[in-house]
Ligand binder design. Structure first.
Ligand code: FAD
Length: 400
């Protein structure tokens, strides 16, 4: 079969893919771009799915990252509902789920990740909403409302956000998670417990230190049994238990894959004509001195951008320090670097466990910082980590 030729083929219409298409156009005004998107929607932003869309701060129409007009004007062919199924590196072609073949000069893998399912028995796992896509949001939104109940499995980033969103929308929410406190991978225990108390004040029931054993369905409702012996009935079950990076295409093509698709500092995979960016990609982080895979918005945006520019001829090294943000009721934070609760931490609070800065230290050096209800300090934190300053409470002081 004759393959249609595009100078640039981007697999994955998420944030990394969309920002790569825009970045290519900064340097190459004409080279044809093809964006293959497995989903049926135009590329869209995911953070509003658990935040602004629930608080009437955005409409669905406002979350799209690219529109048809941009694509038409900029020579971007958008193929929705088309999943890339095979890469032929020798022929430089990609096959898609509609049986078509596309030739590329430069290829970007921006395939993101697939949510994990909770490890449970029962007949209802397929009906558990694993919050990741616009369709997941639309499905949940249709069910949510006063008089309804939801069990949220997972006390991390996504679980905590969707629990707050459902609660604000009058849903009776129970959270179930195995750790002692919320967001245990990033929050020190005192902060995680304090944020948990805020949830309880809003009426969210918290079942910590326990995990689901089975999820079944009878008479239109879910019944979840926990390993600790609790039984929870609910109208909805939502899970936020992490993602697996989508690396199968790269693996089958024989590219180096570890925790994600392995790239060098220019975001090139082990094949110099193929790049990777976003949640699926494992990259060297010079400032932290190790390889990372990072599942956050700013990473997908900045890596997509860097990969796009490099595909179009630039030679820019990706040395951006990881950054992420979240909002949980009135507790909002921004975090930079290695924000891992297993590290030593030092906090400088204006208001305890609410407003202040936490620094995360390894070998006495600041490796990460979380600004809690403190804004515009991200560049300060990046500088602190880069300088590798000797830290402790002194490092945090002066931020406020
Ligand atoms: P994705 O967004 O997953 O996009 C990948 C796309 O590629 C998908 O549409 C997928 O269907 C498609 N695809 C996969 N395989 C193929 C294939 N073979 N062919 C064609 N297409 C394919 N981060 C923050 O920092 N702060 C937040 O507050 C925050 N909130 C979030 C809330 C939610 C509900 C979710 C799900 C994520 C949130 N994130 C947040 C994380 C952030 O949105 C992700 O890190 C980011 O979306 C990753 O972008 P990506 O382009 O790498 O991958």
């Amino acid at each position: 079969m004759n393959a249609q030729a595009h100078k640039y083929v981007i697999v994955g219409g998420g944030l990394a893919g969309a920002s790569a298409a825009q970045a290519i156009r900064e340097l190459d005004k004409a080279g044809p771009i093809l964006l293959l998107c497995a989903e049926e929607h135009l590329p869209y932003d995911r953070p509003p799915l658990t935040k602004k869309l629930w608080f009437a701060k955005k409409t669905v129409e406002q979350i799209f990252l690219l529109d048809r007009a941009f694509c038409d004007k900029n020579g971007v062919s958008l193929e929705l509902g088309a999943k890339a199924t095979e890469i032929d590196r020798a022929e430089k072609t990609v096959r898609d789920s509609k049986g078509r073949s596309w030739r590329y000069e430069r290829l970007l893998l921006a395939t993101g990740g697939t949510p994990r399912k909770p490890d449970v028995e029962g007949n209802a796992l397929a009906q558990v909403c694993c919050m990741r896509t616009l369709d997941d949001y639309l499905g949940l939104r249709r069910q949510a409302g006063a008089g309804k109940s939801a069990l949220v499995i997972g006390g991390g980033f996504i679980g905590s956000e969707i629990a707050a969103a459902l609660n604000v929308n009058s849903v009776d929410v129970t959270m179930l998670f195995p750790s002692e406190h919320l967001c245990s991978r990033v929050f020190p225990a005192a902060l995680g417990k304090a944020v948990g108390r805020v949830y309880e004040e809003h009426g969210v029931k918290i079942l910590s230190g326990d995990a689901p054993a089975s999820v079944s369905r009878a008479q239109g409702r879910f019944l979840t049994r926990t390993r600790g012996g609790c039984a929870i009935e609910s109208d909805m079950v939502v899970a936020g238990v992490g993602i697996e990076p989508d690396v199968s295409l790269a693996k089958r093509a024989g590219l180096d894959v570890g925790d994600g698709v392995a790239v060098d500092r220019y975001l090139r995979t082990s094949d110099a004509g193929i790049y990777a960016a976003g949640d699926n990609c494992s990259f060297p982080c010079p400032a932290l001195g190790r390889r990372l895979r990072f599942e956050h918005w700013d990473n997908a945006l900045s890596q997509g951008r860097c990969a796009g520019r490099n595909m179009a001829g630039a030679r820019e090294s990706y040395d951006h320090l990881p950054y992420f943000f979240s909002d949980l009721f009135d507790f909002g934070y921004e975090a930079v670097g290695e924000v891992d609760s297993r590290l030593e931490t030092s906090a400088d609070w204006q208001k305890e466990n609410h407003t202040g800065v936490i620094t995360y230290l390894r070998d006495g050096r600041v490796r990460g910082a979380m600004m809690c209800n403190v804004w515009d300090k991200v560049e300060w934190a990046r500088g602190l980590i880069r300088e590798g300053e000797r830290a402790g409470s002194k490092a945090a002081t002066g931020a406020l």
